[in-house]
Design a binder for this molecule. Structure first.
Ligand SMILES: NC(=O)c1ccc[n+]([C@@H]2O[C@H](COP(=O)([O-])OP(=O)(O)OC[C@H]3O[C@@H](n4cnc5c(N)ncnc54)[C@H](OP(=O)(O)O)[C@@H]3O)[C@@H](O)[C@H]2O)c1
Length: 388
């Protein structure tokens, strides 16, 4: 029996992780849960799974949750220290890292330092601090399993092959809801349009990132660290059906791909069960009924966020953390009506241009860069709102 702690159990990945556990109750049990502020859902999860600990964002939400629960055996903790406690809890074997955004970094690092099996959905952790995370995992003996469907696919395509034989990684991208639109049409899209992803049901932030292609850019950086490969050898192909989840090309010209229906419960199950494979009870992929599978190159003129992510990856140091923080701030502003869709990449590019000092020798340097980029982005957004 594997005991699983979930950071971000009230989110899209967190809820799907619990569904996977429901299907395999003989193999997995819930050790701890965490939410940000969705106390009602967390209460329902505690009632059902009886975790030993549960963490929320702050003291106020912790008090509210205790009142809602009216007792029980679950210890309620809060704040970054609460998330860290859950991540490092002695009686958990696997930590699902599914908090969204930079807030996931410190709790995930705690799980890695504690030597856990970490199922990593929070790509921002690798983007911001890939060098520290991989180094820290080497020291502690933690194993990091990808949850992103693309990285799960690449992980599987690499199994049984020599790293020296890899020519390049090919990440596929659905292209989001705007991949066939002109620049002018993209300039007019609304929040509602951007949240309507064609293939995947995800949290709001990652859905917007999918629409700008920043999500793919973050995944390129994530892949660079996960698979220890130069970013020049990571390519992106738009594949609107999201059936081929990613591929690896070898030096002899062979390309190995992983295919499946687009359902996150499959890579979640793989990350939790590895090295075993357990039945997912999902419908088989009906290739004959699927029709043509199309692939084409991404257009960085219409989707400049992807080019910005490659640029940050090549600059290295704190540049990916700056990119990530500016993007989170700009996405938030777009979601609340502060800036138009196309300004998300615009703001990120301007923050990268303004911040030349990209030293990142410590995690504190990275957190400082994150704060600086958020301030810069907020100033740019406020100026725009002022001139509306
Ligand atoms: N969804 C997908 O299909 C998918 C696929 C691949 C990778 N990912 C990655 O997985 C991560 C989670 O994505 P998601 O779609 O599941 O996001 P989501 O639905 O927005 O859920 C985010 C989770 O993080 C919690 N949270 C938010 N801010 C927090 C904070 N400051 N401190 C602590 N907890 C906080 C939320 O809690 P409350 O709601 O309680 O506030 C929620 O539990 C992201 O990094 C995303 O890129 C997602």
């Amino acid at each position: 029996m594997k005991r699983v702690s979930i950071l971000g159990s009230t989110g899209s990945i967190g809820v799907q992780t619990l569904k996977v556990i429901d299907v395999h109750q003989d193999r997995f049990t819930v050790a701890a849960l965490s939410a940000g502020t969705n106390i009602e859902l967390l209460k329902a999860q505690i009632d059902r799974y009886h975790p030993r600990m549960a963490a929320v964002s702050d003291e106020h939400h912790a008090a509210e949750l205790r009142t809602l629960l009216g007792g029980g055996d679950t210890e309620i903790i809060w704040g970054v220290d609460g998330y860290r406690a859950i991540a490092g809890m002695a009686d958990a074997d696997v930590v699902m890292s599914a908090i969204v955004g930079a807030a996931g970094l410190i709790p995930t690092l705690a799980a890695i330092e504690a030597g856990k099996r970490v199922a990593l959905a929070n790509k921002e952790t690798m983007v911001m601090a890939g060098a520290f995370i991989t180094e820290s995992a080497k020291k502690s003996g933690a194993s990091i399993m990808p949850v992103d469907s693309e990285h799960s696919a690449i992980f599987q395509c690499l199994c049984g092959h020599r790293k020296d034989d890899v020519k390049r990684l090919i990440l596929t991208a659905s292209g989001g809801p705007f991949h066939t639109m002109t620049r002018e049409e993209i300039g007019r899209v609304t929040v509602e349009d951007a949240l309507a992803h064609p293939n995947w049901e995800m949290g709001k932030k990652v859905t917007i990132d999918s629409a700008t292609l920043m999500n793919k850019g973050l995944e390129v950086i994530e892949a660079r660290w996960f698979f220890d490969i130069d970013v020049e050898r990571i390519d992106v192909l738009i594949h609107p059906r999201s059936i081929v989840h990613s591929m690896v090309e070898y030096i002899d010209g062979s390309i190995i791909a992983q295919l499946g229906i687009p359902d996150m419960r499959i890579p979640i199950l793989y990350a939790l069960a590895y090295p075993e494979r357990l039945p997912s009870h999902m419908p088989s992929l009906d290739l004959a009924g699927t029709g043509a599978l199309e692939f084409y190159l991404p257009d960085v003129n219409r989707f400049p966020a992807l080019a910005l992510a490659y640029r940050a990856a090549k600059e290295g140091g704190a540049a990916p953390a700056l990119l990530n923080a500016a993007n989170e701030t700009a996405v938030e502003a777009f979601l609340t009506g502060g800036i138009p869709f196309t300004r998300i990449a615009g703001i990120v590019g301007e923050v990268l241009n303004q911040e030349n000092d990209t030293t990142a020798d410590t995690i504190d340097d990275i957190l400082r860069a994150d704060r600086r980029a958020r301030e810069r982005a907020r100033t740019l957004i406020e100026n725009e709102e002022h001139h509306k």
